[in-house]
Design a protein around this ligand. Sequence first.
Ligand code: SF4
Length: 462
Amino acid sequence: MTTPDELLSPTGRLAARLAGWESRPQQMVMANLIAEAIANRQHAIVEAGTGTGKSLAYLVPAILAATADQVEGDAIPAPAASRVDDEPGADDEGAAGENAAGGSGTRRPRRIVISTHTIALQEQLVTKDIPLVAAVMPREFSAVLVKGRRNYVSLRRLALARERAGSLFPEEGEMAQLGEISGWAKQTADGSLADLPFVPHDAVWDEVASDAGNCMGRACPTYKQCHYYAARRRMAHAQVLIVNHALFFSDLALRRGGASLLPDYDVVIFDEAHMVEGAASDHLGVSLSSVAVDRVLSKLYNERTHRGLAVHYGLEELELSVLRCRRAAEDFFGEVRAKLADRGPSPWRVTAPHLLPDTLGDSLQGLGRQLRAAGEKITNQAERHDFLSLADRLAGLAGSLDMWLGQNEPGCVWWVEFKRADRRGRDAQARTLRPCGHGRADERHAGCGRTEPIGSRRRLRS
Ligand code: SF4
């Protein structure tokens, strides 16, 4: 049985392969500690200084553990030999419980998740460290860099966006980008943002990205060519998954509801672990922002540009309902702000339920029902799906509002904060969902013109 020392020691495989390999005693201590923790199913926390060689110190025992079955003669279905597939993995909506390895009783591969905060570290692992380990490891394994679903273009949504471009994109630059994405989508092998030669406008990518709430899965006419599902298949056969903290905790949050982004795994290793707390609290809570509401409403009807789904389908009643809902949202968030503003700068703890009456939930729910009814009359399955997914989103927003106002989940803290949105408010949703020092403006918010109230729920930290 290969041990970490056989790879890392002064006479080990790495030393034999690399001239100038410098064996580090602390690295071996760390590697053996991690091997022991994995074998005994224990937690281990390691703090090691610069120059220890931490990534190899966890990769070597982790990969040895993930491939341990191979030396016990219980073969893992053959992955490409020591291959590092830097194409992505996947996320979302698999049922929790093993969704890999083809089901029907096939045993899944042992799997290790390595979670980092920065892309730079992910790139180092994928392009440098893992290939190095693969070159000296006497076993076969595959590793994938797992990206979130929204990194991938949805070919079905792209085709739909092109059909509706006139009512979706008021600006020439956006139309031009849509054309460029269409050309790129015909030849990209990867289908992810990393392969796109330019950074698209949020508004454009939002219309063409793979979206869990708006995916037809196997019923999709472009399912066989789908980049996202291709990535999922690669992930399902990998033993090492490189993810970021945000994706890891999104998966964890989904598992509480019986779904998952990642396939089942045996071990997780957090590098850059000082960022774990922020990512965890960000993803294990619920938040609602005026920007999130505005964004959904604008997809339906944008009164400034007179664009949106309602305009495209000539649904005037729906346009009016969107306008009413938008007014209700403006009034509600304005009242939240007015109620709390005299407490000084946000964030503001809200210690009792029902800070103010729910004057928005009914509008969101009603609009959702109207949208659903309109969608159910559409015979084209793909187009109908678009309506229904937006109706689901409205219902989800109403549910978050109800939960936040009622504070009906024990063990949580509740608060409101203002954060700046960009001038158009289009890309502010991610910012509002991501903490930036609990309300401090930072450089990402420079030049922004307005503030947004946000209600959030977070579990108490011990
Ligand atoms: S399967 Fe889902 S993500 Fe893939 S192209 Fe179809 S709708 Fe888009």
